[in-house]
Design a protein around this ligand. Structure first.
Ligand SMILES: Cc1ncc(COP(=O)(O)O)c(C=O)c1O
Length: 361
């Protein structure tokens, strides 16, 4: 969850009123399945590079990033198909694809042993969150991003690049997206890029986009028709005006500073209270700290249960494992709560760990 205090309520209220008054047919009626032409053009312009100019035919507007994941599953997966997923994996992606009963193959992109060519062999697609992943907050390095594109080209698997967190960048420039790397050859190649308004503007808008080759956009459009006919015209028009207004760019540094301070407060409290039991890296962006247990007696599924009794909530690592086996880690969010609540949360978590360890004595 973002901090609701960061939602630009006044700006959006004005934009919404003007949008409905100025475009009543477009905002209050049904619209094209692919999304408003204006919004598709704005997204195409935003992601065009010197090597390639994207057009509307490369863009589908979705009812946020989550629908992009769902449509990819609908369009590409049959029972038993293989998905090569960055491990640990975003829970919502697993939820979107599980009903289609695929097999999952884990790719730990931070491990020196990881071979994407082998992992993607015979896969329908690979799934990656290269910028400040959910749940780990880590960045996939520039070299690995190129390797993923090469492996997708060689194996024939699509490469799903899910990027909700790239704009929540607290430290410095990011490596190029896989989309940009693929576009250096003049087209989007195997990359299916998913973007969203959720993290920097408001998740309530439910506006996202897919950028891909025109034939993939056509397949996803067909899948979208059976899902919701079209994304809300009101929020699409608001998204157009938001993109034109420049408020994303002007607000980014303030939001980054706000979340950086929360991240630092959480990490400082964790160093004081949890470092005997857990280790973690300080992420350069995103919303999460990913902590791994040092002590084998710590099972984070059990810690989650005790934590709820102490009124603190972690996400246990098992939910980010397609097989549900990993009970050695936890994801902690630092964007929703203010610094003082984060410090109190860590104290409660430390109490929960003590209680858990007592169960072993
Ligand atoms: C990795 C990832 N992908 C997609 C989403 C979906 O976000 P939305 O549907 O709000 O765009 C989320 C939400 O937290 C996420 O963490």
């Amino acid at each position: 969850m973002p901090d609701p205090a960061t939602y630009p309520a006044e700006e959006l209220a004005n934009i919404a009123a003007n949008a409905i008054r100025g475009y009543p047919a477009e905002t209050l009626g049904y619209g094209p399945i692919e999304g408003l032409a204006d919004l598709r053009m704005l997204i195409a312009q935003r992601y065009s590079t010197p090597s390639m100019t994207l057009s509307k035919s490369n863009v589908l507007i979705t009812t946020s990033g989550m629908q992009g994941l769902d449509l990819v599953g609908k369009a590409l997966l049959d029972k038993g198909d293989l998905v090569a997923g960055q491990f640990p994996t975003y829970l919502g992606a697993l939820d979107a694809w599980r009903p289609r009963q695929p097999q999952f193959r884990n790719m730990d992109l931070t491990s020196a042993d990881c071979d994407p060519f082998a992992a993607m062999n015979a896969a329908k697609f690979a799934y990656t969150v290269p910028n400040f992943s959910n749940p780990t907050g880590r960045l996939v390095g520039a070299e690995m991003r190129s390797t993923l594109v090469d492996a997708a080209n060689q194996t024939g698997a699509w490469l799903i690049e899910d990027d909700p967190y790239g704009s929540l960048n607290y430290e410095g420039p990011l490596p190029p997206n896989a989309l940009e790397i693929a576009m250096r050859c003049g087209d989007t190649g195997p990359v299916v890029y998913l973007g969203t308004m959720s993290k920097l503007i408001s998740p309530g808008l439910r506006v996202g986009w897919v950028i891909a080759a025109p034939q993939m956009i056509e397949a996803l459009t067909l899948a979208k028709q059976g899902s919701d006919l079209c994304t809300s015209g009101i929020t699409q028009r608001i998204a157009c005006e938001v993109l034109k207004s420049g408020i994303i760019e002007t607000r980014q540094p303030t939001i980054a500073a706000h979340y950086r301070s929360r991240r630092d407060a959480l990490c400082a409290a964790m160093s004081e209270h949890l470092s005997d039991w857990f280790e973690w890296e300080v992420p350069a962006g995103g919303m999460f700290i990913w902590a791994k247990a040092r002590d084998p007696r710590i099972n984070t599924d059990r810690l989650f249960e005790i934590g709820l009794e102490e009124k603190v909530c972690i996400s246990p690592s098992s939910v980010f494992d397609a097989n549900g086996d990993d009970c050695t880690g936890m994801r902690i969010n630092f964007t929703l709560n203010a610094e003082d609540r984060l410090v109190e949360a860590v104290r409660r978590l430390a109490r929960s760990v003590e209680r858990l360890l007592k169960e072993h004595t």
